[in-house]
Design a protein around this ligand. Structure first.
Ligand SMILES: Nc1nc2c(ncn2[C@@H]2O[C@H](COP(=O)(O)OP(=O)(O)OP(=O)(O)O)[C@@H](O)[C@H]2O)c(=O)[nH]1
Length: 425
């Protein structure tokens, strides 16, 4: 200070400048007592310059709660070095912590010895708080995105990944860092990447949210089913992008398929049941009518099945039903519908099959069934015959039931005229 009063600075042009700066500027002597403070400091402490000069920081700060302040001051004075850092200081006047970005430098006397220090502090409390909030939110978002049971990603219309969560990284077998910035076809097999991009394109074209069922066949030929929601996401000055959420519903899908199959299947023979047959038959009937196609229905019924049950027991009867079903299945085409529609009665719907062609099939079935020999844990082999009724669709049939009743009548006539025969109506 070269013998001049600290008040002197305050009156000078330099003092006016220091007072108009939006920062706290101060000097302290070697004992930590203030030798100068600018207007900002006076306002912060709510004191006049005279009340501050000669006092140390214990008058203005709770030093127990302002560790960096004392630490930084000591470093400057003892080591004669410049210190830059953040200080969390508890200010007595406002009874609150303020965060400062502070630069402190030693001051020297004419002999070159440290005579005190000069400090410039900027209040960064609100920026810090904002930064902390942003960090907290980023952490929260990151925790949610990486722990949620869904694949989440952001991709732009140039097919570049801008974000992937850890589920996606796990699926692609790469770290998220390695995926971000790459194109989808650089991290996925081309066919799969193109498949995904098809629905991406719809999002970009419509600029609307899309909900899509996606199926991917992996390298082991296993199908994975996803439900994907893709939302357009645009930022000014950047290419259009989308955010995708895909949930793996493979297990659910397989379960649904299994239930569907169970609901349509006879558990003993594994053939379709009456419920499925009726539904399918009505569909085929409509189609045959619309396109004026031929269609034939065959009903097969095991003869004297009650006697088989009575003689060999119920388990033997079950085995007969299983073997008869297997034998029936062997003779059919993919488009034919075979079902067990009652105890020992089976129906076969033959789309696009004339009565003449069906007769050949029915006769073959009758012969093959009569040649079946069913053995098991019972005395002797079981032999059986079947009666078959059949009929083709006519122009007068308004519903499938008309064809079904006629076939049933034909079966009845096959039974009443001696069994082990095919009867056509
Ligand atoms: N083992 C076994 N028997 C069954 C099953 N469903 C129905 N049945 C039996 O099938 C028999 C059918 O007997 P009926 O309707 O009198 O016919 P049928 O003895 O074959 O005589 P026809 O048809 O006139 O030649 C009954 O005894 C039923 O108990 C089954 O799932 N398993």
């Amino acid at each position: 200070m070269s013998g001049k009063s600290p008040h002197h600075i305050d009156d000078s042009i330099l003092g006016q400048i220091l007072n108009s700066v939006d920062a706290y500027i101060y000097t302290k002597d070697i004992a930590g007592k203030y030798t100068y403070a600018n207007q900002a400091v006076l306002e912060l402490f709510d004191k006049s310059l005279a009340e501050i000069i000669g006092c140390d920081d214990s008058h203005f700060f709770d030093l127990a709660l302002s560790a960096e302040l004392t630490e930084n001051d000591q470093q400057v004075i003892k080591k004669a070095i410049r210190v830059e850092g953040e200080e969390y200081n508890f200010i007595k006047n406002i009874q609150a912590v303020r965060i400062f970005k502070t630069v402190k430098k030693p001051l020297f006397d004419a002999q070159g010895n440290v005579s005190g220090m000069c400090g410039v502090s900027t209040d960064i409390t609100s920026e810090k708080k904002l930064q902390e909030q942003v960090n907290e939110q980023a952490y929260l978002l990151d925790t949610i995105l990486n722990n949620i049971d869904a694949h989440i990603y952001m991709k732009n219309n140039e097919r570049t990944f801008m974000y992937v969560n850890s589920k996606v990284a796990e699926l692609f077998g790469e770290s998220a860092k390695n995926i971000i910035g790459k194109k989808d076809y650089d991290v996925l097999p081309q066919a799969i990447a193109d498949h995904f991009y098809q629905s991406d394109k719809e999002v970009f074209a419509s600029n609307q949210k899309q909900v899509i069922d996606e199926t991917v066949i992996d390298e082991n030929n296993i199908a994975h089913h996803y439900i994907s929601t893709k939302i357009p996401f645009s930022q000014p000055g950047k290419p259009p992008a989308l955010i995708g959420f895909s949930s793996d519903v493979t297990e659910l899908y397989n379960l649904k398929e299994q239930f569907k199959k169970l609901a349509n299947t006879d558990s003993l023979t594994n053939l379709y049941n009456r419920r499925f047959f009726t539904k399918q038959a009505h569909k085929e009937f409509q189609r045959a009518k619309r396109y004026s196609q031929v269609m034939t229905l065959i009903s097969v019924d095991i003869d004297h099945f009650k006697m088989i049950n009575d003689k060999y027991g119920h388990p033997a009867g079950d085995k007969v039903l299983i073997d008869v079903s297997a034998c029936l299945s062997q003779n059919l085409r993919e488009s034919d519908v075979l079902a067990r529609i009652g105890g020992e009665e089976f129906s076969i719907l033959l789309p696009e099959t004339s009565l003449e062609d069906a007769k050949i099939l029915a006769e073959r079935i009758r012969v093959e069934q009569s040649e079946l020999v069913i053995s098991g844990k019972w005395q002797g082999d079981i032999k059986l015959t079947v009666s078959i009724g059949m009929s083709s669709l006519t122009e007068n049939d308004v519903t499938f039931d008309a064809l079904f009743s006629r076939t049933d009548k034909a079966l009845y006539l096959a039974k009443t005229s001696g069994r082990n025969q095919v009867y056509t109506l």
